[in-house]
Design a protein around this ligand. Structure first.
Ligand code: AMP
Length: 618
């Protein structure tokens, strides 16, 4: 068996490392490079180019050069439509609805393109180590859902790797940064080419526990480049009257130059962009020559960079940690080289971010450390990850009852007991969903199943235990059991029902934007459920009290119950509240009168699973 290597399969660049006796080292290519651009190109002759050579020919061969493939991994075509114009190659919808890439009439899936990158990394590792390499730990953003993780695993397999673990990038960074002894709290601030995420970790004597993770999958260095590109194009247009956006090759040249300028501005106060023969004007060729200062770049990109700070605040809050408690802030990703990023992060946390690790290499080094844990070379480390969004089931009235709250450590098992909504109900529908909204519709549905054969009983009596289990790879298993009969039904949540990182952002943003409206809706749902309960009890009393009550009072009581039914089906919450209180009062006096009502009967559970076939039991 060969060695296990650690692979940081990045959006922009990839990096590999290996572990010797538990100590990680970056693997260099033959030419001495420590990172490789994650770029794949196909030449006119059908030749495959990978890494720097592919990146270098991008300007002359834009349609057949694929960069940032990570943004398409495990994504539906409908999820990436905003991204279509941001790349020079063609993104298409595969027959199964997934995003894919068309190059010279051939369709490539994102795992296939990623596999070409991984194959090159495998060759580099084998050349460097002088032996065959088959086992690997590959890192992914903490935000990747199950489908994206599976796609990454598939890419590894296609490339000929045995993928031993798919590891979260911030966890890898923490592993590489910290010595495992003692108790430490740290924040990993990861700002790369395509995404931003921040994770809060607690390390106690070698146990690395992610307490919270948050991010924005639509914010990265590419977006800062876009700000510069737009400004350069505008300036050029004002000066020459020429619109470069219409050209085939010019936008790609400007983008490359803008990125280079951005990187230079991390070291210098100003830089020049010179692009000769960028266009042809009335009097011949036109050149683009422009000076960009760091101040100008900060003005253009500052707003985007500032968007990362509230997310740091929220992540700390989710982790239940105060700013002062943070021992270290670790920077990951190329965009953290920007001085304004370092300043804003330092100001927010009140301490200078750690400079001891290279942000381009720290993730691969951490992956190599994890590989040494898996091969048993290191026994002093344990990793505990979290689930990024709450998981739960739909209850009566369309309310999400969370069973595993977001940022819970995985693997995780949790259960809750529910009951039926009507007498003799023999079937309940279990609808599993993921998200932060209290109303079910605002969340992502992951699947449904029915539990049949519930023993005949009064509404509220059966105890149906719903169990959620997430394994170490993030796969969710849900089961429902009627505790009196032992009747059980379960589903494994199909990965195609999972959420993409963008979904997670969207759901989180929507949840806070709609919190107020949801509260009102929720209160109304609660009232309707309460009305159901009151109607049920009052109808029971009404039946029994025919003898005890005089005709007029009995009929009056019946009318009030009928009215309450109408109010329950209407949309006037104030009237409903009043109706409930009146019928409840009336019922109390009737109950006293007949002295037969079983007031002691209070169900052990008060939540009703929404029934998809309620009528069967009625
Ligand atoms: P990553 O995804 O971590 O490889 O980060 C890639 C992103 O970092 C790209 O947007 C790069 O343009 C950006 N980047 C790399 N080096 C620098 C630098 N010195 N200054 C600013 N941005 C950089």
């Amino acid at each position: 068996m060969g060695r296990t290597i650690g692979i940081d399969l990045g959006t922009t660049n990839s990096c590999i490392a290996f572990s010797d006796g538990g100590h990680p080292t970056v693997i260099q290519s033959k030419s001495g490079s420590r990172v490789m651009p994650s770029v794949v190109a196909f030449s006119a002759k059908g030749e495959r180019l990978v890494g720097l050579v592919a990146k270098r020919q991008a300007i002359t061969n834009p349609k057949n050069t694929v960069n940032s493939i990570k943004r398409l991994m495990g994504r539906r075509y409908s999820e990436v439509v905003d991204y279509l114009n941001a790349v020079s190659y063609e993104i298409v919808e595969n027959t199964n609805g997934d995003a894919a890439v068309r190059i010279m009439d051939r369709i490539y899936t994102p795992p296939e393109i990623s596999a070409i990158i991984l194959q090159q990394l495998k060759i580099t590792a084998e050349e460097f180590l002088g032996e065959e390499v088959t086992d690997a730990v590959i890192t992914v953003p903490a935000y990747f859902n199950e489908i994206q993780r599976q796609a990454t695993k598939a890419a590894g397999k296609i490339a000929g790797f045995n993928v031993k673990r798919v590891l979260n990038e911030p966890t890898a960074a923490a592993l590489a940064f910290l010595e495992p002894e003692g108790v430490k709290k740290l924040v990993v601030y990861d700002f790369g080419g395509g995404t931003f995420d921040v994770s809060v970790l607690k390390v106690i004597e070698g146990v690395f526990e992610v307490k919270a993770t948050l991010g924005d999958t639509t914010l990265g260095g590419d977006d800062l480049d876009t700000k510069l590109v737009n400004w350069i194009m505008e300036e050029f247009k004002t000066e020459t009257g020429i619109d470069l956006t219409r050209d085939n090759i010019a936008p790609q040249r400007v983008r490359e130059a803008a990125e280079r300028a951005k990187c230079e501005l991390s070291m210098t106060q100003e830089t020049d962009i010179n692009l000769p023969f960028i266009a042809t004007g009335d009097s011949g060729p036109v050149h683009l020559e422009i000076t960009i200062t760091r101040t100008l770049f900060e003005e253009l990109a500052g707003e985007l960079i500032k968007k990362t700070i509230p997310l740091c605040k929220d992540a700390l809050e989710d982790a239940g940690m105060q700013i002062e408690e943070v021992d270290h802030v670790v920077l990951v990703g190329g965009s953290t080289r920007i001085p304004l990023v370092q300043k804003l992060v330092g100001d927010f946390f009140g301490k200078k971010p750690a400079q001891s690790v290279n942000p381009d290499e720290v993730v691969a080094l951490g992956a190599a450390i994890e590989s040494s844990v898996l091969t048993g070379q290191r026994k002093d480390l344990v990793l505990i990850d979290v689930t990024p969004l709450s998981l739960g089931v739909e209850t009566l009235g369309g309310v999400l009852a969370p069973i595993i709250p977001r940022n819970s450590p995985i693997p995780m098992r949790n259960s809750r007991v529910f009951t039926t909504a009507s007498d003799n109900q023999s079937v309940v529908g279990v609808h599993v969903a993921q998200g932060e909204r209290e109303i079910i519709d605002g969340n992502r549905s992951l699947g449904t199943f029915e539990l049949r054969g519930i023993a005949p009983a009064k509404r509220g009596e059966p105890r149906i235990e719903v169990v959620f289990e997430i394994d170490a790879n993030g796969i969710l298993n849900v089961s429902a059991t009627d505790t009196s009969t032992g009747q059980k039904q379960s589903i494994k949540v199909n990965p195609s029902g999972g959420l993409s990182g963008t979904d997670i952002d969207r759901l989180r943003k929507e949840a806070s934007a709609n919190a107020e409206a949801d509260k009102i809706k929720l209160k109304f749902v609660g009232l309707k459920n309460e009305a159901d309960e009151v109607i049920y009890r009052a109808s029971k009393s009404l039946k029994i009290a025919r003898e005890e009550l005089d005709k007029e009072s009995w009929e009056q009581f019946e009318v009030e119950i009928k009215n309450l039914k109408l109010l329950r089906d209407g949309d006037d919450s104030l009237a409903l509240e009043k109706g409930i209180s009146e019928v409840r009062k009336q019922n109390e006096s009737v109950s006293k009168l007949i002295e037969m009502f079983d007031t002691a009967e209070e169900s052990a559970t008060s939540e009703f699973l929404d029934s998809i076939s309620k009528s069967e039991g009625e």
